[in-house]
Design a protein around this ligand. Structure first.
Ligand code: ADP
Ligand code: SF4
Length: 687
């Protein structure tokens, strides 16, 4: 299909210093959990982005010195010449598709844990990291240290150029870089020419920019990534204060401005807490100050929104981390007029959890993310299946939908049967929770794709029995029947049922999804620790219930630390009047009170509870799987050669895990069975 002319503006070239970006799509730096430890995986992932049409593809933050060692987190690394070849792989993979390769040089300053290098952390002043309880401090840099740091940065820029990078970043954002630490009065208490006035605090940043330009400007462009607003008022950088003054101070010095919010939780806020384009009010002033190209982010997935940003003079280039993760081919799909095929980011930040757990990135929407090299998965291309298999998939949740989509792409005949009128399984319910509307994209993208596939038939309102499977005529059966929340309270803290949880006034999340509204006051017992307990609390408050949330964890929705959301969830729960009881386990329920015990002391207490909602763990809906497994003769007689359980009915997990399981089965059902690892690994070369 030809491109819609109203999107032409997105495909105009942009001049960046001595270079020209072929269009306005800029994949800004993002962590990926592969970094220096898995260079082939990392390079393949960036290469796919370039193939997908991004004009500039960047690395994540790249440590420039052992005193900036972020272990156990896996970021990029450029400590000396021996790191150049791994980074050169990335630049080459990006260049192979005609894109520019960018590298974000970074020194983590006061946040450097240095667990591996055992170097002393450095900063503008003696201080501890605000982001860690580790018993370690950063040391105030001497003038000699500052000179050394400038040398390291310059050497890193030269190495980056040698590795083939085109755009070299100076990084002063997220409160995660030494250059930003010097900018901030709360970290920088120096009394010399590097402290005090903003001009003094910005001296080091100016020197870094000048050093870098002098070192590499013959061939490379120099970008400045600056947090122009920290959303903490006068206590930090603000677009109405020092954030703006900094842009005015350096207006024409960098070849490109990449501007955003700090810290990372503000920059990568989830869809639950901010809409697409949320950074505009903070960054729109930048283009009025500088003539250099400006990149900004905002979870942009709508081409109309992108055009609007450019036309209204907010941004010159559409920056994206998450949208490029969810759909590496986003620019190409706009270019070829395939807007309907864009796999939009849902803003869940499961991608961030890869970085937080120091493991390769995963994405709810894009199951191929992080699998480009180790499994050879491509987000857009998949080989056609050789045989003449006919599939019956039971259940149209995320696992069943993704499996059907990819099998359809492989040219297989697929019948997809869903018990309910609505498709989407858990996504249909969870996307109706407060703020989770964008999560429906997991369903909508797949249903939209399936509509275009004549080889896939969808049957709604079709509860499938084992008997029907024997008679159906499919030779391969995929069970994607999901899981159900336990009613008995068994979870992490309780391995046996909780006394009284068999009562009728104890509800599960499934009961609430089915429309039941527990009576007030209600206590949510959250031993799940992801977001659902907090979301149900929010919904019940909106329904006028008095709500307490009891959890054995030290924080409500504790795991959402890994999606950058925990503080925002905590704040919201307090603001809407939810009573939070942390470090409390549920012991018993009598219909009037929930008895709790402090997980530290065992001391008992009681909270009034006309009803209880228990959010602990789930059991797979494996009735069909067990019935089929019990009848091998009938399976053989029906010509059924394989039965696979995928997603939550195999093992309950995240939506991302269910999508991955559906994708994997469709890719691998016709592969060789074996006991091998199942993916390529990057092992140390002991030669
Ligand atoms: P997953 O996350 O693994 O995809 P979900 O719970 O989201 O699991 O979705 C499972 C879907 O399967 C639900 O929509 C449910 O209605 C459907 N389902 C469960 N059992 C049957 C069945 N026997 N026949 C048809 N559909 C079923
Ligand atoms: Fe977007 Fe979620 Fe994928 Fe991250 S994991 S890119 S937030 S859909």
């Amino acid at each position: 299909m030809p491109r819609d002319p109203r999107f032409d503006i997105l495909f105009e070239p942009v001049k960046i210093g001595p270079l020209t970006a072929k269009n306005r799509f800029f994949q800004v730096p993002h962590c990926n959990g592969m970094g220096h430890a898995k260079p082939r995986s990392h390079a393949a992932m960036r290469g796919v982005k370039a193939e997908g049409g991004w004009a500039v593809v960047s690395t994540e933050e790249v440590e420039i010195h052992p005193s900036s060692d972020l272990s156990p987190y896996v970021e990029g690394r450029l400590w000396d010449d021996r790191d150049v070849p791994a980074l050169a792989l990335i630049a080459a993979a990006v260049h192979a598709h005609g894109a520019l390769a960018a590298i974000e040089l970074a020194h983590a300053g006061i946040n450097s844990a240095n667990h591996y290098s055992r170097e002393a952390a450095i900063g503008p002043s003696h201080c501890v990291s605000p982001y860690s309880y580790a018993p370690a401090q950063a040391r105030a840099m001497t003038k000699a240290d500052i000179r050394a740091y400038r040398r390291w940065h310059r050497a890193a820029a030269l190495r980056a150029r040698r590795a083939g990078f085109d755009v070299i970043y100076v990084y002063a954002a997220h409160d995660l870089s030494l250059a930003m630490h010097f900018l901030l009065a709360r970290h920088n208490r120096r009394t010399d020419e590097y402290g005090g006035s903003l001009t003094n605090r910005a001296r080091l940043l100016r020197e870094l920019l000048e050093d870098t330009k002098e070192a590499v400007c013959d061939r490379c462009a120099v970008a400045l990534r600056l947090a122009v607003d920290e959303r903490r008022g006068a206590d930090g950088l603000a677009s109405s204060g020092e954030g703006r003054e900094l842009v005015e101070m350096f207006a024409e010095l960098p070849d490109l401005w990449d501007v955003n919010l700090s810290g990372w939780a503000n920059d990568s806020v989830t869809s639950r807490f901010a809409p697409e384009g949320f950074q505009e009010e903070f960054v729109r002033f930048v283009k009025t100050v500088t003539s250099k190209p400006v990149v900004g982010v905002g979870r942009f997935t709508s081409p109309d929104m992108m055009v609007s940003q450019v036309r209204r003079g907010v941004l010159d280039m559409i920056g994206a981390a998450r949208p490029s993760i969810a759909d590496p081919f986003l620019p190409r799909k706009i270019e070829t007029g395939d807007i309907d095929d864009i796999r939009e980011c849902i803003g869940c930040n499961v991608c961030v959890s890869g970085d937080y757990t120091a493991t390769p990135i995963r994405c709810t929407q894009n199951p191929t993310m992080g699998e480009e090299w180790r499994k050879g998965w491509h987000p857009e291309y998949v080989p056609r299946a050789a045989g003449d298999d006919r599939f019956l998939i039971v259940g149209a949740g995320p696992a069943g939908l993704e499996c059907a989509r990819l099998l359809g792409r492989r040219g297989c005949r697929v019948d997809l049967a869903e018990a309910c009128a609505d498709l989407g399984g858990r996504v249909a319910h969870e996307s109706r929770l407060p703020g989770l509307g964008a999560w429906a994209r997991v369903r909508d993208y797949r249903v939209q794709q399936l509509r275009k596939m004549p080889e896939v038939q969808i049957y709604r309102d079709s509860m499938v029995s084992a008997e029907q499977i024997f008679e159906f005529g499919a030779n391969r059966v995929v069970l994607a029947t999901g899981a159900s929340w336990r009613r008995d309270g068994v979870g992490r803290a309780n391995r046996f049922p909780i006394a009284g949880f068999e009562r009728a006034d104890v509800f599960t999340p499934d009961d609430l999804f089915g429309g039941q509204i527990p009576s007030s006051p209600v206590v949510i017992f959250d031993d799940d620790h992801y977001s659902l307990g907090g979301l149900l609390a929010e919904r019940l408050r909106a329904q006028g219930r008095a709500v307490s949330l009891a959890t054995p964890a030290s924080l409500p929705s504790a795991w959402t630390v890994n999606t950058l959301e925990q503080p925002a969830i905590h704040r919201r729960l307090l603001e809407i009047g939810v009573d939070i009881l942390t470090q409390h386990n549920a012991l018993s329920y009598d219909g009037r009170e929930l008895q709790l015990a402090c997980v530290v002391t065992g001391r008992c207490s009681r909270v009034p509870a006309a009803s209880v909602v228990t959010v602990t763990s789930r059991l797979p809906n494996d009735g069909l799987a067990l019935a089929l497994a019990a009848a091998p003769d009938r399976l053989a007689a029906a010509g059924i050669v394989s039965i696979a359980s995928i997603g939550d009915c195999y093992v309950p997990g995240t939506i991302a895990a269910a999508v991955y399981a559906g994708h994997r089965h469709a890719r691998e059902f016709d592969g060789a069975d074996g006991d091998d690892v199942g993916f390529r690994r990057e092992l140390p070369d002991l030669g």
